[in-house]
Design a protein around this ligand. Structure first.
Ligand code: 6AU
Length: 266
């Protein structure tokens, strides 16, 4: 289990996106990422503005927005400056290198131009990292590999997860860590692959479509993860209930930070 502080890790990290995330976590005393999965741009930006003070990172699924325009990106970037958070587009790339390089750089969303961090399934093998890093590395971006998933019956286990860890280790200039459910023990002192963990909820154990939730304490203290990713636990009741969203964001921030303090003092 890692007892190193986020501050110590920020100082030592070689990837600029990872450093930015670790520094933001330490500065804001928040290891909370909010996943803003709503279809309207107005609701999206309103939620980001409300949760902004409590988070280290905002996670987007930009292709969910039914009224997307490039203005949404400008507004998101302005909120990222206003509230001091990192942007992670949860694109889950999964194709050959040439295709993912185009999907990352081009199209309607031009993800590489605004997302500090994105993620990919390791299923195509190391060529997916080659494709994405050809676009992202010159821009100082970082990539997370989906080593495990939070869903019931996930196929990302065992040898598949081990292979994802090997792929990350071999590409630590661009791969900054994993989407996973637990810390992956490093091979040496210098290795610092972050673990961002979805499937986090304080009130329910899952949804009707196979999602499974654990508490911030289970995720950060018991499983040694670095960032908790929370979506519907924060805005699920009603995306327009601003006061409730603010209270939930604070509640998850406190739970994640308390679990971290307990871990580093262990
Ligand atoms: O808290 P929720 O269940 O409302 O939202 C969880 C968010 C969603 C998922 O697309 C995403 O986390 N997610 C991921 C990611 C981040 O890659 C992987 C996974 O295994 N499970 C998961 O829920 O936006």
């Amino acid at each position: 289990m890692s007892t190193k502080s986020y501050v110590e890790r920020a100082k030592a990290h070689k990837n600029s996106a990872a450093r930015l995330l670790l520094e933001t976590i330490a500065r804001k005393e928040s290891n909370l990422a909010v996943s803003v999965d709503v279809a309207s741009s107005v609701d999206f930006l309103a939620i980001v503005d409300v949760v902004g003070p409590f988070v280290c990172l905002v996670k987007t699924h930009i292709d969910i927005l039914e009224d997307f325009t490039p203005q949404v990106i400008s507004d998101l970037q302005a909120l990222s400056k206003k509230h001091d958070f990192v942007i992670f587009e949860d694109r889950k790339f999964a194709d050959i290198g040439n295709t993912v390089a185009l999907q990352y750089s081009s199209g309607v969303h031009k993800i590489a131009s605004w997302a500090h961090i994105t993620n990919a399934h390791p299923v195509p093998g190391p060529s997916i990292i080659a494709g994405l890093s050809s676009v992202g590395l010159p821009l100082g971006r970082g990539l997370l590999l989906l080593a495990e998933m939070s869903t019931k019956g996930s196929l990302a286990t065992g040898a598949y997860t081990d292979a994802a860890v090997q792929m990350a280790r071999a590409n630590q200039d661009f791969v900054i860590g994993f989407i996973a459910q637990r810390r992956m023990e490093p091979v040496d002192e210098d290795e610092d692959l972050l673990v961002l963990t979805p499937g986090v909820g304080l009130d329910v154990k899952g949804d009707a479509m196979g999602q499974q939730y654990r508490t911030p304490r289970e995720v950060v203290l018991e499983s040694g993860c670095d960032v908790i990713i929370v979506g519907r636990g924060i805005y699920g009741k009603d995306p327009k209930l601003v006061e409730d969203i603010r209270a939930q964001a604070k509640r998850y921030q406190d739970a994640g930070w308390t679990a971290y303090l307990e871990r580093i003092q262990a």
